[in-house]
Design a protein. Structure first.
Length: 145
């Protein structure tokens, strides 16, 4: 499953379950530091910023240039790693569990071929702060909305 499929499935899931009073999203927004998370999602009623990084394989999730490494650089109230379900199932030694709990990162699992299902394996830890200012495009739309 490629990154765009993972991001699309999660975006539909978040619009359905997290958009109770409006929301805003960007696919691959550019931050002031030129970082590019795969998806930025703002719950507008609560001004909460979710940041997502999608990886097609477990190996990429743990590589030095992708996955957890990238999520540590991004600013947001909640940080999520997205993986295909079959990759999550390969983690027999519990490495994902340890990394997610240690770093406060949430884990979303996506499965399916034609219709996609998303499961929240781990909920991320909330980080207090106003992080929208780090993403100028999203901040401009939020203000002018």
């Amino acid at each position: 499953m490629d990154e765009s499929t993972l991001v699309g499935a999660v975006l539909r899931y978040f619009r359905r379950y997290y958009c109770e009073h409006g929301c805003m999203w960007y696919i691959e927004p550019v931050s002031k530091r030129w970082d590019r998370p795969d998806l930025l999602f703002v719950q507008t009623r609560r001004n909460v910023l979710h940041i997502f990084e999608a990886e097609p394989t477990l190996l990429r999730a743990f590589s030095k240039e992708h996955g957890f490494t990238q999520l540590r650089k991004y600013k947001g109230n909640y940080k999520w790693l997205i993986l295909p379900d079959e990759e999550v199932e390969k983690d027999v030694d519990g490495r994902l569990d340890r990394w997610c709990s240690r770093s406060g990162i949430g884990l979303l699992s996506v499965s399916g071929r034609k219709h996609f299902w998303v499961w929240e394996i781990f909920r991320p830890q909330y980080i207090h702060g106003d992080f929208l200012k780090y993403y100028p495009e999203a901040e401009d739309e939020w203000i002018t909305g």
